[in-house]
Every structure is written in structure tokens, then in C-alpha cells.
Design a protein around this ligand. Sequence first.
Ligand code: NAP
Length: 298
Amino acid sequence: MNSKQVVLITGSSTGFGRLFAEALARKGHTVFATMRDPGGRNAKNASEIRTLAEKDSLPIYVLEMDVTDDASVERAVDAAVAKAGRIDVAINNAGYVVSGLAEAVTPEQAQRLMDTNFLGPVRVNRAVLPHMRRQRSGVLIHISSAAGRIIAPSMGFYCASKFALEALAEAYSYELAGQGIESVIVEPGQYETPVFGNVVTGADEARTDTYGAVKEIPAKVQAALSSSAGNAQEVANAVLRIIETPAGERQLRYFVSPQNFGVDEINALSKQVQAKILAAFGLAADTKFLKGKAVGTV
Ligand SMILES: NC(=O)c1ccc[n+]([C@@H]2O[C@H](COP(=O)([O-])OP(=O)(O)OC[C@H]3O[C@@H](n4cnc5c(N)ncnc54)[C@H](OP(=O)(O)O)[C@@H]3O)[C@@H](O)[C@H]2O)c1
């Protein structure tokens, strides 16, 4: 892989995605900053990114991509490959939070959440993998969350979407290493981005009328998260370091957080258990590539 890489990012209109685009482009990486509706609801965000790119001569190209739409994902990936000739890194970042007691969240809300947070990366990975396999190199980065490893009441559906993402990303890591492709999971704690203003609340609140004090939990959890949020640039710096880590030396999981919730301990134990499981399936010899992939922080 060249030291200067071609990176496709989902959900680049605001927050982490936007910071990743700028941080990577300032280091000379070519960035396809994708977002939904750059000509409409995200016109201002798209124009700010294009203006920055022009002013500072940064290699950032804005492309339209809605991760819930197969054709939109394929169009964006095709456009990036047509322009740059390759894709070295795909950052699955687009996502949002559903907050609410589980019974208040409707199946339609749950379905939409999974369509973005879980099936979005499925679509993106399916679109980029043929190019990465041809190159015999590449990195899939999955922006999960501490909530992909720990569970809070009122966050059940969001946690489920990130747990699902983690499971898939880990399976990819075993299956793709032999092709020279790494799958990496980033688990941010709480960071200051527009995410807290974009929280979708359970639509069927009347269902929780009998829950008493438990009804206060969603507001309490959101307030605790937003009041202790760290500087999001930390996550952008971590992603930059991951991308600039030599191929084959990246870890499977990176927990990046202003607070230590013990996620590193879960990750360390999970790594031991997974090694035993792979050995029990007779797969240990096929997974030599796992050597050196210690979990930890960047
Ligand atoms: N901030 C935190 O504390 C934190 C912690 C852990 C994990 N995360 C994760 O980090 C990721 C980025 O979130 P953020 O904190 O940067 O919040 P954000 O500023 O709200 O960014 C979310 C991004 O996802 C995009 N998005 C949502 N649905 C989409 C779709 N269908 N297609 C394409 N893009 C879509 C949004 O685009 P629009 O502008 O079009 O809505 C936006 O660009 C998310 O996956 C989130 O779960 C955040």
C-alpha cells in the first residue's frame, strides 16, 4: 500500500466524519467525503468542505452517498474508483442513536436504525471489497462505540446495532486477512459532535406509562453522556494513526475514550476467548495473522 492512501468516508457532513476528512487530507491522503443529499439538506456542509479543500489545496472530494441505498453506495464507490483508480481505506462512520426504553421503540424505528448502523457498512464493504481484493490490500474501518461492548438501559437498540457491527467486523477480520485486507473496529466513548442533537427517541412512549421512575432513565443517560463528552479531534487523531500504521500491524479493536469504562478489559478477554474458539474449530493455523494484533489503545 502507498504511504498516501485513498480513503472513502461515510457520513462526512458533520462530526467525526468531517474531522476525519480534514485530518487525513491535511496529511496528503486522498479523501472521498461522502454524505447524503449534498445538493439539499447537506448543501451548506458540502460547500464548506469544498471551500476548505480549495482554500488549503486539500485532496477532498465530496460525493453523494446514502448508506441505506444500495445504488447510492455503488455509485459513490464507482465514482471514487473512477477518479482515484483504487480505494485503500473505507471508513464506515455514518450512524445515529435511538434512545428510549426498549418497549417505546417501534419495530420500524429499530429497522431504520439497523439499516443505517449495521446494513450501511454491509453495503459499503460489499461495494469496496472487490476493489480491495483485486489490489490485495485495504482496510475496512468500522466506527462502532463503547456501546458496541457495554450496555446501558434506554440504549438497547443502539447497543444492538453496534454489537451487530462488531460481530460482523470481527468475522471480516478473520476472513479477509489472507487477502491482505484488515478489518478494524474503533470504539469511541462519548465525544462532542452533533450526535446528541440527532438522537431519535422512542415513538411509542405511551407504552411506558407504567414504568414509574424508570421513565427518567433515557434523559438521565443522554444528559450524562453529553455532559462528559470529550474533544472529538481525539478520535480523528486515532483514526489517522490507525491509517498510518503499516499493513499487518493494525489491531482489531481500538477503544478511544475520555473515560475508562473497562472496555479494554472486555476486549482483552474477548481476544483470549476468540483464540480458544478458533483453535477449537481447528482454525488456529489459518489465523496466524492474528499474531501481534493485541487489543489496546492508540
Ligand atoms: N459522538 C459520540 O460520542 C460517538 C461515540 C461513539 C460512536 N459514535 C459513532 O460515530 C459515528 C459518527 O457520529 P458523530 O458523533 O460524528 O455524529 P453526527 O455528527 O451526527 O454524524 C453522523 C453522520 O452520519 C450521517 N448519516 C446518518 N444516516 C445516514 C445515511 N443513511 N447515509 C449517510 N449518512 C448518514 C449523518 O448525515 P446527515 O447529516 O445526512 O444526517 C452524519 O454525517 C456514528 O456511527 C456514531 O454512532 C459517536
